[in-house]
Write a protein that binds this ligand. Structure first.
Ligand code: CP
Ligand code: NVA
Length: 302
């Protein structure tokens, strides 16, 4: 297979995405049985993180260890990246030493530039615009609990952020309806919305949006890098909290997801993570299994 990157979900075809979801489910079962499987023995994954992370870092590091390989955590504080070495040069050098590179950064363009100069697969571990690894886990979680998501109604409540943009890509690949309910001024990427207007639409009223939903998803109101907007955002999003009351308008078997970390009392009520519809802990665990399936896909088919 030619060199493949994973910068957005759109780097996969529908069939490849479904294959990774199924493989994640299988790898999870094998892991639980205690079966050792080490397809990445002696392979190295570099992890460049310019923003904080718990789940993404730990799932990639654990996944590489379970696969018999190893990982290197590289913070800009300790590398020449933080002292201004051009990313083009960093990409050329690192990719001569490791087998794959994950990057969490701010501008999506920076990730694209890095990938353009890398000779090994580059994986988006979150940018300001997209968080595709989280969607692998979210789609695996839906499939595990409810089967195919095709034709279902998914409602995104809150900020039209990186997660929301990735849900738009998922809706287009997996053929589900996505309703985004957010205050005016906080819409997702407008060209993505336009491009996928057959699958996605905006509904400003959260109660109307959630009615009849099969899956309700939210995320923080202020993402990493938007800390100074926190107060203004708290005011703008007041009516967009997901609570058991809002959830009661969804279908009886609807699921609730949140990529975490969550701010109880803001985008979710205090009790929402423990609600009977909530699958957030499975969703978090599935980061591990889904990304192992991704690593296998990118590195073992080469
Ligand atoms: N959901 C997610 O990406 O979590 P982290 O920021 O902890 O990696
Ligand atoms: N939208 C959030 C997701 C965190 C996993 C952020 O970018 O901070």
């Amino acid at each position: 297979m030619a060199l493949r990157h994973f910068l957005t979900l759109k780097d996969l075809s529908k069939d490849e995405l479904l294959q990774i979801i199924e493989r994640g489910i299988t790898l999870k079962r094998e892991q639980r049985k205690g079966n050792i499987y080490e397809p990445l023995k002696n392979r190295v994954l570099a992890l460049i993180f310019e923003k904080s992370s718990t789940r993404t870092r730990v799932s990639f590091e654990s996944g590489m260890a379970q696969f018999g390989g190893s990982s290197l955590f590289l913070s800009p504080r300790d590398t020449q990246l933080g002292r201004g070495e051009p990313i083009e040069d960093s990409a050329r050098v690192l990719s001569r030493m490791v087998d794959a590179i994950t990057i969490r950064t701010f501008e999506h363009k920076k990730l694209e530039t890095f990938a353009a100069h890398s000779s090994v697969p580059v994986i988006n571990a979150l940018t300001d615009d997209f968080h595709p690894c989280q969607l692998l886990a979210d789609m695996q979680t839906y499939h595990e609990h409810r089967g195919s998501i095709e034709g279902k109604k998914v409602v995104w409540v809150g900020d039209g952020n990186n997660m929301c943009n990735s849900f738009i890509n998922a809706a287009s690949l997996l053929n589900f309806e996505l309703v985004v309910t957010c205050p005016d001024g906080y819409d997702p990427n407008s060209s993505l919305l336009q491009q996928h207007s057959d699958r996605v639409h905006i509904e400003r009223e959260p109660e109307k949006a959630v009615t009849g939903a099969d899956l309700v998803v939210t995320d923080v109101w202020a993402s990493m890098g938007q800390e100074e907007e926190q107060q203004a955002r708290l005011r703008a999003f007041t009516n967009y909290q997901v609570s058991p009351q809002l959830m009661s308008l969804a279908n009886n078997d609807a699921l609730f997801m949140h990529c975490l970390p969550a701010h109880r009392g803001e985008e979710i009520s205090e009790d929402m993570l423990d609600h009977s519809s909530s699958v957030v802990w499975d969703e978090a665990e599935n980061r591990l299994h889904a990304q192992k399936a991704l690593l296998e896909f990118l590195l073992c088919n080469a």
